[in-house]
Design a protein around this ligand. Structure first.
Ligand SMILES: [Zn+2]
Length: 101
């Protein structure tokens, strides 16, 4: 009888966010931008994470691109979610072209 559960799925994660290339790139970002560049309302001021300017969920090919990364504190990075630059608050402006009369 085969085992039904084998623990973690056996997926190679050599290019994930926990791999060595990511850690090295993140360290480089924190070295070059030690102060948070987002400056949100709950900002701590100190970069502890590397934030993706264009969100990873929509632009996975830019995950390890230095120009898509900026230093940010955990609070700012965590509150940003998947918003694009300039898309700061509220829902996406999908109805902005709708006429009101
Ligand atoms: Zn911050």
């Amino acid at each position: 009888m085969p085992r039904k559960y084998e623990g973690r799925p056996r997926v190679a994660r050599t290019h994930g966010r926990k791999g060595r290339p990511w850690r090295r790139l993140r360290a480089q970002v924190l070295l070059e931008e030690p102060w948070c560049t987002i400056r949100g309302p709950r900002c701590t001021g100190i970069s502890t994470t590397a934030d993706h300017l264009l969100p990873l969920s929509r632009f996975p090919h830019l995950a390890h691109t230095r120009s898509n990364l900026r230093g940010s504190c955990l609070r700012c990075n965590g509150s940003k979610h998947d918003r694009l630059p300039g898309q700061n608050r509220g829902p996406a402006p999908s109805r902005s072209t709708q006429l009101t009369w």
